[in-house]
Design a protein around this ligand. Structure first.
Ligand code: AMP
Ligand code: ZN
Length: 120
């Protein structure tokens, strides 16, 4: 569900500039920040400015689907800019079983080392 800022959501506050973060990219729809607990030499989170709880919420409208695609495009753009020519990983955790800990949709971009499969 698309919504306005959720007042108790940490990623809404980061997107609004109310909580400091290392911003690597920003446009009218999304912001990309350095993860506070990096799991790879490069670990960036691409976050929509609108509050969407998770990818599981996406699909009701073309606008939501376009926004989800935009987040992936931003992740790719950052990967190129960061010189991840040997590859990288893009991850979206969804819900408790998916390992999602912040209930605001975000795309992880991880790179700078060889990734393992399957993830834990
Ligand atoms: P997930 O487990 O997929 O929900 O990912 C949440 C991510 O947000 C984790 O990698 C956290 O390290 C990261 N995170 C949590 N709080 C912050 C913050 N204030 N600034 C940057 N990253 C954060
Ligand atoms: Zn939010």
């Amino acid at each position: 569900m698309l919504g306005n800022m959720s007042s108790d959501c940490i990623f809404c506050k980061i997107a609004a500039g109310e909580i400091p973060a290392k911003k690597l990219y920003e446009d009218d729809q999304a912001v990309a920040i350095a993860d506070i607990d990096p799991r790879a030499p490069l670990h960036v989170l691409v976050i929509p400015k609108q509050h969407i709880a998770s990818l599981a919420e996406v699909g009701a409208s073309d606008k939501e689907k376009l926004l989800a695609g935009h987040l992936l495009g931003v992740a790719n753009q950052l990967a190129r800019e960061q010189g991840l020519s040997k590859g990288y990983r893009v991850v979206i955790n969804i819900g408790p079983d998916g390992g999602q800990t912040v209930d605001h949709l975000h795309v992880h971009l991880l790179g700078g080392r060889t990734m393992h499969w399957p993830p834990g």
